[in-house]
Design a protein around this ligand. Structure first.
Ligand code: KG4
Ligand code: ZN
Length: 346
């Protein structure tokens, strides 16, 4: 049993949380979304500066909400990869400093491992093996989780990540950043059958199609062509119907791949992680398909789907419970394969 304070600054959320295994004792998330919105995406330098400005206050608030004091904390963790290097450096430097001053072990955490463990925060009984469908702004992966630090990536995307596709299509439709929540909202009032769109498949050299890999570039181009055609006809753009048709296509595509993968590998549990797990279309499709195949599907509450530090603290406590500790010389990495996670620890 361990209590971990974790810091997450890999992208545009400054977050600090204190977690006891799977129990969240405090969680603070300060989002920079409004700051980056005018640019239509995250500006790395702006993100790093805001992390510096916000982090001390977030740490203070997390400690106040926790109320247990430093004596009760067993370790200090921070996301160290993958992500924006300057942004990661802010959180990792702060965590290392706190670990040194307070004489606690330091743990670097892989951001995607955090998303995998988000399900643990609401599912105290969930244990590996299970399949994790990780769908965020930067990743679309199907990961076989065999144990702490034991991951196998079975599927990924050949081009855009699912969240990135939502953000880019939203931009095509003149909607605000980030696109996922806006499209999700519009999709609720639109008709998903208005525009049939291509799901996007990845061909195999030997013929046929990949059962787990996704591709969203064709779908994005199809939406672009549709918008150009409709604008050419000088009609008012049926934005809600386009949003609903696009969302339904993405949800069907992700559901098909996740179910294929779970059935092929004999995994009866699917845990969802990442910002796109918040998507109502994906939730509906996946829940219905899982029921049909007698599979169990776990969707964390929305606050644990998007970036937060509680999931990072949960991953860190899984490692700390097994005696995994990172050296204070650990460096941040913009990219790091999930299979290399154990290299973060001594
Ligand atoms: O996991 P996350 O917070 O950050 C990354 O690590 O990338 O995911 C952010 C992504 C964005 O692309 C955003 O548009 C998408 O998650 N997203 C959604 C929804 N809420 C957030 N996508 C679809 N439907 C949503 N409701
Ligand atoms: Zn994330």
């Amino acid at each position: 049993m361990s209590i971990v304070l974790a810091i997450e600054t890999s992208c545009d959320e400054t977050a600090v949380a204190i977690v006891k295994n799977r129990e969240v004792l405090s969680s603070i998330v300060s989002s920079q979304i409004a700051i980056h919105r005018p640019y239509g995406g995250v500006v790395p330098e702006v993100a790093s500066r805001h992390h510096v400005e916000m982090l001390n206050d977030c740490i203070d608030r997390a400690l106040t909400e926790f109320g247990g004091g430093w004596d009760a904390i067993d370790g200090v963790a921070a996301t160290c990869a993958p992500g924006l290097v300057g942004a990661l450096l802010v959180g990792v430097t702060a965590a290392k400093t706190l670990a040194m001053v307070r004489e606690k072990p330091f743990l670097g955490v892989h951001h995607l491992e955090g998303h995998i463990y988000a399900s643990y925060l609401s599912e105290p009984e969930l244990q590996p093996p299970f399949l994790c469908l990780l769908v965020s702004g930067g990743h679309t992966s199907l990961i076989r989780v065999l144990g702490c630090g034991e991951y196998e990536t079975l599927g990924s995307t050949r081009d855009d990540a699912a969240g990135e596709a939502f953000d880019k299509v939203a931009r095509l439709l003149n909607l605000s950043y980030p696109g996922g929540p806006v499209i999700d909202k519009l999709a609720k009032i639109g008709n998903s059958r208005t525009f049939p769109l291509p799901e996007g498949r990845v061909s195999l050299p030997e013929g046929g199609y990949h059962r787990y890999d996704s591709s969203f570039s064709g779908l994005k181009t199809a939406v672009l062509r549709l918008v150009q055609k409709l604008e050419g006809e000088e009609e008012e753009l049926p934005v809600a119907d386009i949003a609903a048709s696009f969302q339904d296509t993405v949800a069907r595509s992700l559901t098909r791949r996740a179910i294929n993968c779970a059935l092929d590998y004999g995994l009866s549990k699917i845990a969802i992680g990442g910002g796109v797990a918040a998507n109502s279309g994906l939730r509906e499709h996946l829940q219905a398909a899982a029921k049909q195949h007698d599979l169990q599907v776990y969707f964390p509450p929305l606050k644990w789907c998007t970036d937060n530090a509680a999931m990072i603290a949960c991953a860190a406590s899984e490692h700390l419970n097994r005696g995994h500790i990172s050296p204070l010389t650990l460096e941040v990495r913009s990219r790091l394969n999930l299979t290399e996670v154990m290299g973060l620890y001594r």
